[in-house]
Design a protein around this ligand. Structure first.
Ligand SMILES: [Zn+2]
Length: 182
């Protein structure tokens, strides 16, 4: 670490690697799943699990509103799926792509089942910034821990600037739907 690094605020993004070109198609699929979730009345989140050969072996989207279960995050479901369907070696070699950075619950599940790299399109900090901008209160009962705080040593990449506008738009669509329903 250079001496001057102490002076810089350390955001989550500073600690995560950059998203590579090869990651983009998987993140696009996550965004499609997130849009499906919003269309169904659920939160704007989608995730895919990719094996060592680059094949999508499982995918899911948020299902909180339609099930009434606040733990129905796609990243949590993928961790459970991996525990049942993949060997420890396959899990370690797998990558989980997701539209929004893992929350602490999902990061913990990811760590417990020994999954590999995480790549996210947008960060939790971006989501918090957008909510602040829209005057939406933060309702999460969890501390806003970054993935690296929950699973030290895990390889993490994100956010990807090219998806920021799209994720923001999905968040806004979701908020509009909620407000219309209330
Ligand atoms: Zn989560």
């Amino acid at each position: 670490m250079a001496p001057n690094d102490h002076a810089l605020p350390q955001s989550d993004a500073d600690r995560a690697a950059a998203v590579s070109e090869a990651d983009l198609p998987y993140l696009r699929r996550c965004l499609e799943l997130a849009a499906e979730a919003v269309d169904a009345g659920d939160g704007p989140f989608g995730s895919v699990l990719v094996d060592a050969d680059g094949k999508i072996v499982s995918e899911d989207r948020n299902r909180e509103s339609t099930t009434g279960d606040p733990t129905m995050h796609p990243e949590f479901e993928l961790a459970r799926w991996a525990a049942t369907n993949l060997s420890p070696e396959e899990r370690a070699a797998a990558t989980v792509y997701t539209s929004g950075e893992h929350c602490p619950m999902c990061a913990a599940a990811h760590g417990w089942v020994g999954l590999g790299r995480i790549v996210y399109a947008s960060s939790s900090q971006q989501a918090r910034d957008w909510k602040a901008e829209w005057g939406v209160p933060v309702t999460s009962p969890l501390s806003p821990l970054a993935i690296q705080d929950v699973v030290p040593g895990l390889e993490v990449a994100g956010p990807s600037p090219e998806f920021a506008a799209q994720v923001r738009e999905l968040q806004l669509r979701f908020r509009t739907r909620i407000n219309a329903a209330n």
